[in-house]
Design a protein around this ligand. Structure first.
Ligand code: ATP
Length: 444
């Protein structure tokens, strides 16, 4: 993967901001953390939920032909036999006998030399399965082994007919789900980009074979549009990687890649998977999972087009792309000369959309009442400590697009000052028009 945009300094700043402001920090930190596991703090979890809700809204709620699902993390282990994960979901690994580091062979610049210490004394490459194992029931033996799901899509294939019958959907239609997935990644790295526990947002679209490529094109367009228009990802920060080497069953595959602080990386895969998934589950379950088309009076195995994105990677991409430092701004707002850190996050997914700031603590009663009112419609926060300038900076750093200041004049004119994070312009708005004004600005 090309690394020409790698910016380690930016990554350090993002990691530090995430910790300082409660976006993301290491899991179980008091015990020294746990490699590949991350906790989302108050702002991080708000943002995560906002992205999740936006995806769900775009992919399920606004479409008549996509249904939702919320399946279990642990399911019948045969699913993972059928999907091929137990036999093939592995990386080829080698150990350096000299420095004891373990490496993924496909990621080594020279597979015969340890990238850590330069030694050529390496073990023969071995397969290392990425599935996370657990036991279900009272006995910890081979018969009771189960697996934490490695992707959220397999239960979708298995539940296809239950969803179809319950909703009376006919082909073509899709099923979407958001949930945790687990992979025993050998080298978790790049902050949350490669974690061992992460959240996926996947949609499997079921259709007939003839229309498969058309749907694949359709979903590719839809997803690119979503990133451009809803998540505001700039054109030069996103690119499409076309897979030339395809899985034997796949008909077409692209990845949407974005510029992460460490370089280009995969954010989403859009894959035409043919009839592989449904055929495999038919074979392993012994159930006929084909679809009977009432109009054509024929039965066939559904073809699947998949869109699969990582929620954690989305958050990391947004933080990296919209992080900014601005020195000139401080003079503009009459503050001492410090660096203004600002996250220019899309207002739809900013953890806080509106901050309400009283000019003085004496205005608390009215300002707090206004905040309570605003909070019913937008993700909001009330802050009365420190100078107004300091409070703006605090909000800029977490990406709050609008700050509403309630001042002494507000008591008489029933209006407030709205300050825009990106332009730093201030506008006087009547309290009765405030909700409409903010809704338009945020794009709700
Ligand atoms: P990679 O090549 O980076 O390992 P992948 O091709 O194995 O990813 P998929 O199996 O296609 O990934 O999973 C779909 C999406 O899930 C990815 O595009 C990514 O956003 C997310 N994802 C996969 N593995 C991880 C991980 N270890 N940590 C965080 N997100 C992940």
């Amino acid at each position: 993967m090309a690394d020409e945009v790698s910016n380690p300094e930016l990554m350090d700043k993002i990691v530090s901001l995430c910790k300082r402001r409660g976006f993301v920090f290491p899991s179980s930190e008091v015990y020294g953390g746990f490699n590949g596991f991350w906790d989302y703090g108050p702002y991080g979890s708000r943002m995560k939920r906002a992205v999740e809700n936006l995806w769900w809204h775009e992919m399920v709620e606004t479409r008549d032909n996509v249904e939702g699902l919320d399946s279990t993390i642990i399911a019948n282990p045969t699913i993972w036999k059928a999907s091929g994960h137990l036999d093939r979901f592995s990386d080829l690994m080698t150990d350096c006998k000299h420095c004891k580091a373990r490496h993924r062979v496909d990621q080594m610049p020279d597979p015969k030399v340890c990238p850590n210490c330069g030694s050529t004394d390496l073990t023969e490459p071995r397969e290392f399965n990425l599935m996370m194992k657990t036991y279900v029931g009272p006995v910890f033996d081979d018969e009771h082994v189960a697996w934490l799901r490695a992707e959220t899509c397999q239960p979708i294939f298995v539940d296809f007919h239950s969803v179809r019958v319950a909703t009376r959907q006919k082909l073509p239609f899709g099923i979407a789900q958001i949930g945790k997935a687990f992979r025993n990644e050998i080298t978790p790295r790049n902050f949350t980009f490669r974690s061992r526990e992460f959240t996926q947002m996947e949609m499997e679209f079921f259709c007939d074979e003839k229309s498969g490529m058309e749907w694949w094109e359709y979903w590719k367009e839809q997803r690119i549009k979503y990133y451009r228009e809803k998540l505001m990802i700039p054109e030069d920060s996103m690119r499409i990687y076309v897979h030339e080497k395809l899985a034997h069953y796949a008909k077409a595959a692209v990845d949407i890649e974005v510029k992460f602080p460490f370089g280009w990386g995969e954010l989403e895969g859009i894959h035409h998977r043919g009839v592989w998934d449904m055929s495999q589950h038919s074979k392993f379950s012994g159930q006929d999972l084909s679809y009977f088309d009432q109009d054509a009076r024929e039965s066939f195995m559904p073809t699947v087009v998949e869109t699969s994105v990582g929620l954690d990677r989305t958050i990391l991409a947004l933080l990296g792309l919209f992080y900014d430092e601005d020195r000139a701004a401080t003079q503009k707002e009459g503050m001492e000369d410090d660096v203004r850190v600002v996250l220019h996050l899309p207002p739809l997914v900013a953890p806080i959309q509106v901050a309400v700031l009283p000019q003085s603590k004496k205005l608390k009663e009215n300002a707090y009442a206004l905040y309570k009112d605003i909070d019913r419609h937008f993700r909001s926060e009330y802050d009365e400590t420190g100078s107004i300038g300091k409070r703006y900076r605090r909000q800029d750093e977490i990406g709050t697009p609008y700050c509403v200041t309630f001042d002494f004049d507000s008591l008489n004119d029933n209006a407030v000052t709205v300050r825009d994070r990106d332009t730093m312009q201030q506008e006087r708005i009547g309290v009765t028009q405030l909700r409409d004004y903010l809704e338009k600005k945020i794009g709700i």
